[in-house]
Design a binder for this molecule. Structure first.
Ligand code: CU
Length: 436
């Protein structure tokens, strides 16, 4: 199909969809703003009028301009020097100077045109994961298009016929290009929402990497032992916290484009329901309460809940090795071993060695300790108000507060008296008949 016939096809498809009834219910839909005039289903959806923009923690939205009623985006595939957390960077591949790429956000019925410029040294394509689009726009190298050669700019163009939490990623030399970071989220808001938008609408993309201590390139050949597990390409303590005021309705959209691992994402202190997958909205009768949601590779899951429990609540992958960073796994099991002769023996070969004070943090300091290898981080995260938090990787915190400051920044959580677990007193033990 030539580009002009393709455009005709797109235009015909749009008008057919409108006259055919697909969008009939939203033609002339009144936007949420009270003063605005009714707008047609094919008018480009406006932020703040037709939709409430999502928040991508540690990320950004891809800007667009409107040309003759079409939303025009531009993705640039390129080398990116990416920081996973202070002290750990890598030469990755991403889009528009970022790993992962910026979040694309639009509205059901929008006509979008997405230019993709390839500034890499290798051919690539972009696939629009979960989108119901013409086959030739699907971005599968060799199958639905020829690849975008270095220096070329391709044009993808389609009408958004659905709403939901979707994704985009390279679909050429997938194993390498996705392992290098070439992915992002694609959010399509409903033209006419069934319910008011949530107070908070967060977006995460999960991924996994192999980055050996000292290495500067992720290793795409890894298929088992991923050692950097990320939320929006960041590891704790660099993951932004989520924030909510008590009583607010919170939505968290989670996509997973890891190479090999599903991730059970677990939220503390609340229960939630899964409201949609990348296949669409789950009917209310088909939802049930959960505190963990398994996000399979190549899928999205959207959860919603009311933040009704103030405090600092962990949000993390429940696979315990996925909240470690750069953990080595070829280690003998020393649990229960008597280490008393250990230092003596080891001192014969490593004179300076002292096992006292060894822990999994790799030492008390995070970044000033030059005894850890270059471009590496301790396996676990950072200091919390009560000491070391023994999680890194796919871990962040949901900060729920009764009040937020004017800037929206939460103050440190102050636990009401008597609500923090602590050492039991002698009187407690005696009163309850507990013998430690
Ligand atoms: Cu995981």
């Amino acid at each position: 199909m030539t580009s002009s016939s393709r455009r005709d096809f797109l235009l015909r498809s749009t008008s057919a969809a409108v006259t055919g009834g697909l969008f009939t219910s939203v033609v002339g839909a009144t936007p949420t703003s009270a003063n605005s005039t009714p707008r047609s289903a094919s008018a480009p959806g406006l932020p703040g009028v037709d939709y409430k923009p999502v928040v991508t923690p540690n990320g950004v939205a891809l800007p667009h301009r409107v040309v003759d009623g079409v939303k025009v985006f531009h993705l640039v595939a390129e080398d990116v020097e990416h920081e996973f957390a202070p002290g750990m960077t890598a030469h990755c591949w991403g889009y528009n100077g970022r790993v992962h790429g910026p979040t694309i956000e639009a509205v059901e019925g929008d006509h979008v045109r997405i230019y993709v410029t390839n500034r890499l040294d290798v051919p690539t394509t972009v696939h629009w994961h979960g989108l119901k689009i013409p086959n030739g726009m699907d971005g599968v190298g060799g199958l639905t298009q020829r690849t975008i050669h270095p220096g070329e700019t391709f044009k993808y163009e389609f009408v958004l016929r659905q709403h939901g939490t979707l994704m985009y990623h390279s679909h050429h030399d997938e194993m390498t290009q996705m392992a290098m970071g070439m992915m992002g989220m694609f959010i399509i808001h409903p033209r006419q929402p069934e319910a008011p938008p949530p107070d908070r609408d967060y977006v995460y993309l999960l991924s996994e990497w192999k980055l050996d201590p000292g290495a500067r390139r992720p290793d795409p050949n890894e298929m088992m032992d991923f050692n950097v597990l990320t939320l929006n390409a960041k590891i704790s303590p660099a993951t932004d916290a989520l924030v909510a005021r008590t009583g607010e309705r919170v939505r968290i959209r989670i996509g997973n484009l890891s190479a090999m691992d599903h991730h059970p994402i677990h939220l503390h202190g609340h229960s939630f329901v899964v409201t949609e997958t990348d296949g669409g909205v789950i009917p209310e009768a088909g939802r049930w309460p959960e505190v963990s949601v398994l996000v399979p590779v190549g899928s999205t899951r959207t959860i919603e809940f009311v933040a009704d429990n103030p405090g600092d609540w962990a949000l993390h992958c429940h696979m315990t090795h996925h909240v470690m960073t750069q953990m080595g796994h070829g280690i003998p099991n020393l649990i229960g071993v008597d280490p008393s002769k250990f230092d003596e023996k080891l001192a014969e070969v490593v004179p300076e060695f002292d096992s006292m004070g060894m822990d999994m943090s790799g030492g008390a300091s995070m970044s000033t300790d030059d005894s850890i290898p270059a471009n590496s981080l301790p396996m676990i995260s950072a200091r919390g108000p009560f000491g070391y938090i023994t999680m890194s990787g796919m871990f962040t915190v949901l900060e729920v507060r009764e009040q937020l400051t004017n800037t929206g920044e939460p103050a440190p959580y102050e636990h009401p008296t008597g609500t923090v677990a602590d050492a039991a007193s002698k009187a407690d033990l005696e009163a309850d008949g507990i013998e430690p």
